[in-house]
Write a protein that binds this ligand. Structure first.
Ligand SMILES: C[S@@+](CC[C@H](N)C(=O)[O-])C[C@H]1O[C@@H](n2cnc3c(N)ncnc32)[C@H](O)[C@@H]1O
Length: 241
């Protein structure tokens, strides 16, 4: 097991800002577009009619935020929240494109550390954090903070990468990330080292059993999980009631 990664706000926001210009392209190439399937699955979990206020945390370049705005009712208030200026700049550019194409529901983007959310208690119907939780310094603090801003009927959708249990799939994934991804990153990304961080952060992230414990501790009462893509992705749908 590798040494504990530095996940301080300064280090993480700087790393994602350096990745931002090629982040979406790398996501497509590195995952062979499968991340889109995962996002679609997660969007399918939204209770569309009930959602008036939706918060996407660690929203990055806005992939999931924009998917939500294309899916939810046009009068739903949608907010994306991230602390990397570079990721937010790309999200703003994508938003301008949406506006010029005449999209009705335009999300708001906020620059904030998600460990301390600038919102009052219980105002969101649903929150999401997509490939974001493993990058935060204190997941329990973040999960508790999200619980605070979610209303008493609300839920939280978490999507994370995962090291699969099957030893053969595990070996293949490890080979892919250690040997192939650095080569892909050297062609497409502006920060090759960040993809070393990516694999280590997935390896070190909490196992599902630990995630259930953290979610309970952060006052999420009921949790349903789904394993996708040969157990390389896990989705948690955590409910307050
Ligand atoms: C792997 S990207 C995921 C982006 C997006 N959710 C997606 O699905 O593509 C992780 C994002 O989390 C953001 N992030 C990590 N820790 C954060 C924190 N404490 N507060 C705000 N944003 C954070 C990073 O800036 C980055 O944009």
């Amino acid at each position: 097991m590798s040494h504990r990664l530095d996940k301080s706000a300064k280090v993480i926001s700087k790393m994602f800002t350096s990745l931002a210009p090629r982040y979406d392209l790398m996501n497509d190439v590195m995952t062979g577009f499968t991340h889109r399937k995962t996002r679609k699955f997660a969007i399918g979990l939204l209770q569309k009619k009930k959602i008036k206020r939706f918060l996407d945390l660690a929203s990055g370049t806005g992939d999931f935020t924009f998917l939500a705005s294309a899916t939810l009712k046009s009068d739903a208030k949608i907010i994306g929240c991230d602390f990397s200026n570079g990721m937010l700049v790309i999200a703003q550019q994508r938003m301008l494109l949406l506006k010029s194409n005449g999209a009705i529901s335009i999300p708001e983007l906020i620059n904030s550390d998600i460990s301390y959310l600038p919102f009052s208690n219980e105002i969101f119907d649903t929150c999401s954090i997509i490939y974001g939780l493993r990058n935060v310094n204190d997941p329990l603090l973040v999960l508790s903070e999200i619980n605070r801003v979610t209303n008493s009927e609300g839920n939280l959708i978490i999507v994370e990468s995962k090291i699969p249990q099957n030893p053969i799939v595990r070996m293949l994934i490890s080979f892919y990330f250690k040997k192939i991804v650095p080569k892909i990153a050297s062609l497409f990304s502006s920060n090759v080292k960040a993809y070393d961080y990516y694999f280590k952060s997935v390896e070190q992230f909490n196992a599902p059993i630990e995630m259930y414990r953290l979610l309970k501790k952060a006052r999420w009462k009921r949790v349903i999980s789904y394993r996708l893509l040969f157990d390389t992705v896990i989705i948690y749908n955590a409910f307050k009631p």
